[in-house]
Design a protein around this ligand. Sequence first.
Ligand code: SF4
Ligand code: SF4
Ligand code: FES
Length: 243
Amino acid sequence: MSNNDLKVRVWRGSQEGEFVQYLVPRNPNQTVLDVVTYIQRKLDPTLSYRFACRVGMCGSCAMTVNGVARWTCRTHVSKILQGDSLEIAPLNNLPVIKDLATDMREFFNKWKGAVGFFKGDKTRYDDFTKVQPNSEERQLADAGIECIGCGVCYASCEVVQSRPNYLGPAALNRAWTLTNDVRDVQQLERMTAVAGDAGCHACHSQGSCTEACPKSIAPTASIAGLKKLVARAAVRGSKWGKL
Ligand code: SF4
Ligand code: SF4
Ligand code: FES
């Protein structure tokens, strides 16, 4: 061990497991993903983790670092180091496949559950729908559209932790962007899905998801938008909201 080494505790196992400590040489501008990669390449090739782009585009490298969900490829060690120690674990609120790799099926199934996918009614023979860039709907959709599905907000949500069937911030944010997509034809199905017990009303609005999102998206605001639409529809006693 040199004085320059980082002490890195890494989760090994699946749901059951333990932290194992590794010593990793410190480097300037080193990211947490660099540290994990060093361990896998130089110290223990059996370590499992997930990454692809290394530049904050794919969303696959998210892990819990010193207790906080983050993109490891965009997190510099120097910014979050506690003394000379790092603790790296898989994302919370998701089953662990092995070591630092979580099973994302549940997360994306909830996007499906929130009808978080686009369906239009145009064919290749129809003209394009014109969406005005400055229309209210387009701007509301824009606020949440850059989500890359990394799961950081989901892993940071206390309600997901206590109510595993809750659709969660990412799926509801996606539902909100599609609610504001004038080309989409599943508005009734989507509002029925998000108005249910596992939907927007389960959110306590305290904003841990918004605080954690590395893309500065605010799922809390999207969920508030959904709550308003559902309430408006209830008052009207009619089918959903502005639909
Ligand atoms: S809203 Fe942000 S934190 Fe949540 S999945 Fe999308 S990009 Fe990741
Ligand atoms: S604001 Fe809602 S979705 Fe976001 S972390 Fe809190 S309960 Fe979860
Ligand atoms: S590796 Fe793609 S976002 Fe980190």
